[in-house]
Design a protein around this ligand. Structure first.
Ligand code: GAF
Length: 381
């Protein structure tokens, strides 16, 4: 893919580019906690987005999407988001750099990737790859953390999704064979060596992406914010659900309306599950780790209501399959993938069974994606 993107750039613009890469991510556990200052446990994967870039002595930027086979041109001093357009991720990052006071000149850019499913955060990978590329092109030496924050803000302002920090952070800071426990309050992380021994992680791609996922995502975030406002009458110092102790859930239930309580309960208990999962991994207790995945799914589905029939089916089938320690929906929800922890000797039979069952139920052929935990964003030369 790297060579393809470089070649495509040379064919289009007749010069050699700088190449940047940023990976997609998985998340072991800790879903919908990042925008409530919680804990998450993601990792970067091998697949990602490549960006080829070079200056062009113009005040316009010409960007080409290898996947859409389409060019988009914008004036770097005057542009605005175009609803639903892939160019928003580039324009959004340019806008963030400019707002931070960096002077950019025109550039040409080609990008493309090999992220095999939705839910692995190709948008964050693209934004981080573009930020990494722009920083190198203009010799800006911007810190990874700033690029992460720009990517998050860019997604808010140009794509309209009020995402948390997890996805660009994992894409920027991933480390081979490690996941990262990220504290989304301090934006500090700890690398955690991950070795599942005789077990492996396998993603099952539901191949569905339900409409309105973005607006539903924003609504979930709003409902958490609404809960915090109400809870401030009893917890005056609380700024997010991170500040509500899990042991107080009984009390919280009496304060919040039922619909808000179930959402708040998910976030509060999911943060606890991240702590327990990290402890379980540390102690090599994969059974406990797997049970936490299952609890996480139930909470995301029943309490937070971000699953869908296809994901519920895949997770529930998986719980019944031989050799499976745990399974849950992964990422924002409403489609995408489940993440499964499976004994190596059952990997084959699991896929056969699951493919048949999913096909029979939904008429969709599921994809299976094995994942290797990998390095974060980088310049390739
Ligand atoms: C999406 C968002 F982009 C993340 O910030 C996070 O909230 C995730 O959904 C759910 O955990 O990937």
């Amino acid at each position: 893919m790297k060579d393809k993107i470089a070649q495509s750039f040379e064919n289009l613009f007749g010069k050699k580019p700088i190449l940047a890469f940023a990976p997609g991510r998985i998340n072991l556990i800790g879903e919908h906690t990042d925008y409530q200052d919680g804990l998450v446990f993601p990792a970067a994967v091998e697949q990602g987005i490549w960006v080829a870039i070079q200056k062009n002595d113009l005040t316009t930027s010409r960007i080409f999407s290898e996947d859409f086979r389409e060019e988009f041109v914008f004036d770097i001093n005057s542009f605005s988001p175009k609803k639903g357009h892939w160019a928003n991720y580039t324009m959004g990052m340019v806008s963030q750099f400019q707002q931070a006071g960096y002077k950019l000149a025109g550039f040409d850019l080609v990008f493309g990737g090999n992220i095999p499913a939705s839910g692995l955060s190709s948008s964050a990978a693209l934004s981080v790859a573009i930020g990494t590329a722009l920083s190198a092109l203009f010799g800006l030496e911007i810190s990874k953390k700033s690029i992460v924050l720009y990517a998050q803000k860019s997604e808010h302002l140009f794509a309209g999704v009020k995402c948390g920090i997890m996805d660009p952070y994992a894409s920027a800071f991933g480390k081979e064979n490690h996941a990262l426990i990220l504290d989304c309050r301090t934006n500090q992380h700890k690398d955690v060596a991950v070795n599942f021994g005789s077990h492996s992680l396998l993603l099952v791609n539901s191949k569905v992406k339900h409409n309105l996922a973005d607006s539903a995502y924003n609504k979930r975030r709003e409902s958490c914010e609404e809960s915090v406002k109400i809870l401030q009458s009893v917890y005056p110092d609380a700024t997010t659900l991170r500040d509500i102790p899990a042991k107080d859930l009984g009390k919280v239930k009496d304060i919040l309306p039922a619909a808000l309580f179930s959402k708040a309960k998910h976030v509060i208990t999911e943060i606890e599950r991240v702590k327990l999962a990290s402890k379980a991994l540390n102690e090599g207790d994969l059974t406990a780790f797997g049970s936490l995945l299952k609890e996480s799914h139930k909470s995301l589905s029943k309490d937070f209501e971000v699953s869908c029939a296809e994901l519920d089916f895949l997770a529930e089938q998986s719980w019944k399959s031989a050799g499976v320690l745990g399974s849950r929906m992964m990422g924002g929800g409403f489609g995408g993938c489940t993440i499964n922890l499976i004994s190596n000797e059952n990997l084959e039979s699991f896929q056969t069974e699951m493919r048949t069952a999913y096909q029979e139920k939904f008429g969709i052929e599921a994809d299976f994606i094995s994942v290797a935990l990998s390095e974060g964003a980088r310049i390739l030369g």
